[in-house]
Ligand binder design. Structure first.
Ligand SMILES: CC(=O)N[C@H]1[C@@H](OP(=O)(O)OP(=O)(O)OC[C@H]2O[C@@H](n3ccc(=O)[nH]c3=O)[C@H](O)[C@@H]2O)O[C@H](CO)[C@@H](O)[C@@H]1O[C@H](C)C(=O)N[C@@H](C)C(=O)N[C@H](CCC(=O)O)C(=O)O
Ligand SMILES: Nc1ncnc2c1ncn2[C@@H]1O[C@H](COP(=O)(O)OP(=O)(O)OP(=O)(O)O)[C@@H](O)[C@H]1O
Length: 505
């Protein structure tokens, strides 16, 4: 099953029915090619031909691969009653607008009665840590007695929906429909991941954020953003008073410190090292089962005991706590909620199958994540070996492949290079780039195995009592695509299987 499809239309918003004439009036544009179409009811708005339902308006976006109008025949057959695009459709009445992608956010928000104005939306943006921080915010809000919804790349969860989405941040039609559904079911607030792609493509236009938190910035997605400056500018655009009421920023990160110095909205800072921050973590202890620290806030102190692995989660948890208290959430409840999180799918997630050594799945896919985690993972070996399974996903920032291989090989004893999801690229060429980097660091044993399951078996066959096996790169992403063929592959399940099937394992 395609998760995007399952995620899109779980629970329509029955309150949002408007006539074509009303939408035309709102957009200030005449109905083209549909004499008498004005009174027809539009039941929802969607941007994907594959999920159009009878009575929908289809927003036909000109993209890099397709023009939405390429699918007009399909949407007409599926029962769409209206097209909104930059040129007239041939089969259906059309509202013509200059830039459909720019219209999409504000239009769908208006169509659903501007749900973000009735909910407190806690956004989280930054290169690494969005999913983790969003899950911590969700737990803090829930522990404080709020009815909270969650929109993360790992899961969209709330009344009427529990789905694994295809994108970190949904397109505006799905986002606004989800927020409207949350509101209808009595949800009061929502923790939500905001990717830079989403900001740039206007997916969150029309959404008002109560809080926007910034984790960090490092060189990822530069295939899309060209330079760190433009990547930073995309993120910074969310930290203005018209988009976000309260900015919450991790100033341990140098880009975060720069952002905090230039915001034009109420700003809270947090840090694990700078006493001048509004919320400061002290007494940080990281161990094999989690971490603990004391958070000092303007509302007092709270001790937090994290049950998730890795030193990087201290900063993420502190940012989540700061987001909650900046909105007036009770400190003790927020701390308790964050401390109650026992795992985040695919993020430094232990795999237990009765083996003597540690096995971990982590969604590490850039060198910043590697530098944050590998020293910790090495410390868990207690003298054993660090065995890393690594690859790179196709269609994403090719410039990071060699550095990923090189950094892995600098920290690890064994590096097994395998396929992730090559998408439309040659998997052998992707592996070659990762291998070139890995072989540059001469200290590690480097093995190539294209078959991901076989790569796991090599790792589990090699592993001894004090070793740590880490499978990187996919986290909780369960779909792999080789050209036209998409298959299901869950790292956690497959690593567990490899451990169980290893003789003597
Ligand atoms: C670079 C990028 O983000 N592109 C996104 C963008 O593509 P695009 O504008 O080129 O559109 P297109 O694919 O040509 O399609 C044009 C229009 O036709 C429609 N269409 C297309 C095919 C079809 O059968 N029927 C149909 O109606 C599409 O819905 C779209 O409206 O709009 C598409 C429709 O929503 C997205 O699927 C597509 O995401 C691509 C697949 C992608 O890989 N995006 C990644 C990079 C992304 O967004 N990642 C971030 C997280 C990054 C991170 O932090 O790690 C995310 O938020 O997920
Ligand atoms: N604060 C952090 N600093 C450095 N690395 C981190 C931090 N938080 C997470 N990571 C690394 O990034 C990976 C992804 O973490 P997470 O999913 O929480 O972030 P994300 O921003 O949602 O990532 P993505 O956008 O790629 O989904 C983790 O598995 C870990 O390797």
């Amino acid at each position: 099953m395609n998760p995007e499809r399952s995620g899109r239309r779980t629970d329509p918003d029955p309150g949002a029915r408007l006539t074509i004439a009303r939408i035309a009036d709102h957009l200030g544009t005449p109905i083209v090619g549909g004499a008498g179409a004005g009174p027809i009811m539009v039941r929802d708005i969607d941007d994907d031909s594959r999920t159009i339902r009878p009575g929908d308006a289809y927003l036909a976006i000109p993209g890099s691969r397709w023009h939405g109008l390429d699918f007009e025949r399909e949407v007409a057959a599926a029962g769409a009653v209206l097209v909104i695009s930059d040129r007239p459709a041939s089969l259906l009445p059309t509202l013509v607008v200059d830039e459909p992608r720019r219209v999409m956010g504000p239009l769908t928000s208006w169509f659903h009665g501007n749900p973000s104005r009735d909910l407190r939306i806690f956004g989280v943006t930054g290169t690494n840590g969005k999913t983790s921080t969003t899950h911590f915010v969700d737990a803090a809000l829930t522990a404080a007695g709020e009815a909270a919804g969650l929109i993360s790349g790992a899961r969209i969860r709330g009344p009427g929906c529990d789905v694994v989405p295809a994108r970190t941040t949904p397109e505006a039609p799905m986002l606004q429909r989800t927020l409207a559904t949350f509101r209808r079911h009595g949800i009061t607030c929502c923790a939500m991941e905001v990717s830079s792609h989403a900001i740039d493509q206007g997916r969150v236009d029309g959404t008002v954020f109560r809080v926007m938190a910034f984790t960090n910035l490092s060189d990822d997605h530069l295939d899309y953003h060209d330079s760190m400056e433009s990547y930073f500018a995309t993120k910074a655009a969310m930290f203005t008073a018209d988009r976000t009421q309260v900015a919450v920023i991790d100033i341990d990160d140098e880009w975060g410190a720069r952002l905090a110095a230039g915001t034009t909205t109420e700003t809270w800072t947090c840090s694990t090292s700078r006493p001048d921050a509004d919320v400061v973590a002290t007494g940080i202890r990281t161990g094999p089962l989690g971490a603990e620290f004391t958070a000092h806030t303007p509302y007092g102190r709270a001790r937090i005991g994290l049950q998730v692995l890795g030193p990087h989660q201290v900063g993420n948890a502190l940012l989540a706590l700061t987001s909650a208290v900046a909105d007036g959430v009770d400190l003790a409840a927020a701390a308790e909620g964050i401390s109650s999180v026992t795992g985040i799918p695919g993020r430094c997630e232990p795999v237990h199958a009765g083996q003597a050594y540690r096995a971990i799945v982590d969604y590490m896919h850039n060198t910043a994540g590697q530098h944050a985690l590998f020293p910790y993972l090495r410390s868990l070996t207690e003298g054993g070996r660090l065995i890393v399974v690594i690859g790179a996903t196709g269609g994403r920032d090719p410039g990071k492949r060699e550095p990923l291989g090189e950094v892995a090989a600098r920290y690890a004893d064994v590096v097994i290079v395998t396929d992730e999801s090559p998408e439309d690229e040659d998997p052998g060429a992707i592996r070659a780039r990762v291998l070139r980097g890995a072989r540059r660091a001469a200290s590690a044993l480097v093995i190539e195995e294209s078959d991901r399951q076989a790569a796991f078996s090599i790792a589990t066959t090699m592993a001894g009592d004090h070793d740590v096996v880490v499978v990187t790169g996919r986290g909780s992403d369960t779909f792999r695509r080789y050209g036209p063929e998409t298959t299901f592959f869950d790292d956690h399940t497959e690593l567990r299987r490899a451990i169980l099937e290893t003789p003597g394992g």
